[in-house]
Write a protein that binds this ligand. Structure first.
Ligand SMILES: [Zn+2]
Length: 329
């Protein structure tokens, strides 16, 4: 069930961020497929086709955080390079296919950094990356985006290459938190235990005062909770969000995995969400509410959150499973 939920999640996430592809034209130049937004000096966020990707132009090189859906890595790399420097490094915030599907466009000749727990998980997302690419072709053929024909060739080439697990596999693993230097820019990577997954990396760039929180941050959307197949832990998720807050000041640009870029309040709201939902789940499980009944819950204060139809059942299921396991202890 969680697997199905996640497969749906990626499609929903793409739709939630970008709407109909045909309606994107205003945000694009002729040359670019993604909608790119400059969020700080040298820092640009690409939205659409999976999680938010951040490209940072450094001295002699650009590095990219997250790789989008299967088949879209080539376009992401091409457009990140068009910002002025060759891409030399990709960082994955976690293993989900809407953040690693584009990895094969980077892994063959570049450094791809991820947390040490990611390799054990990524194999389970290869088919989802391929399915996302297959599903994208029909949409791309309807697109008015001037770059769509080029992206169709990318996606077709991705599918024709029959990518396997090794094509998605990062080649530089972080066993714990640490700092790397890319093109003279210090990049702080933090892993503070399981949260959204058991391989989350928070990426902080002090020089530009920008943080990419990966899917520890869903901005005004239902966050995807999957304890069974991703190692999610909502108490740990709160701890990770506290770490993000600790890194930020009031001017920090905060890039969520999904939803609009904003400030540190995104992390606080994510904590508020989980604090509230964990309380509700514990109370309902204590009362004897069944999992099936719990999935119908629709908390008033989160009724405007996006992706509800697609993600809410998986999220509530994950919260119920956690609360039920805690009660059994
Ligand atoms: Zn995710």
């Amino acid at each position: 069930m969680a697997g199905v939920g996640l497969a749906v999640c990626g499609r929903a996430a793409a739709r939630g961020l970008s709407g109909d592809i045909g309606g994107w034209a205003s945000g694009h130049t002729e040359a670019s497929y993604f909608e790119w937004k400059k969020v700080a000096d040298g820092c640009h966020v690409a939205t659409g086709e999976g999680g938010n990707a951040l490209a940072v132009v450094a001295k002699g090189e650009t590095f990219v955080i997250d790789a989008k859906n299967g088949g879209f890595g080539a376009a992401l790399r091409r457009e990140a390079e068009a910002l002025g420097q060759p891409v030399k490094t990709l960082i994955n915030t976690h293993h989900h296919f809407d953040h690693t599907g584009g990895n094969p466009a980077f892994t063959k000749d570049l450094t791809v950094v991820a947390h040490a727990n990611l390799p054990a998980r990524i194999g389970s997302h290869v088919n989802r990356s391929i399915q996302a690419a297959q599903g994208a072709i029909a949409k791309l053929k309807q697109s008015q985006n001037a770059a769509a024909p080029k992206v169709i060739s990318d996606v077709e080439a991705f599918l024709k290459s029959n990518p396997t697990e090794k094509d998605f596999m990062p080649n530089k693993l972080m066993p714990s938190s640490g700092t790397i230097t890319l093109g003279g820019v210090s990049v702080e990577l933090y892993h503070v235990g399981a949260g959204h997954t058991d391989n989350d990396l928070i990426v902080f760039i002090p020089e530009h005062n920008v943080v990419h929180g990966g899917d520890l941050l869903f901005h005004r959307m239902w966050p995807y909770v999957d304890p069974t197949n991703s190692g999610a832990d909502t108490a740990g998720w709160i701890t990770s969000c506290r770490k993000i807050i600790e890194l930020c000041n009031e001017k920090t640009v905060v890039v969520p995995g999904h939803g609009e870029v904003g400030d540190v309040s995104i992390a606080q709201r994510q904590i508020d969400f989980f604090t509230k939902m964990r309380e509700i789940a514990a109370r309902e499980v204590e009362k004897g509410t069944t999992r099936e009944e719990f999935l119908k819950l629709s908390p008033e204060e989160f009724k405007d959150f996006g992706l509800a139809e697609m993600i809410k059942p998986a999220t509530l299921g994950g919260l119920w499973d956690e609360a039920s396991k805690a009660k059994g202890k």
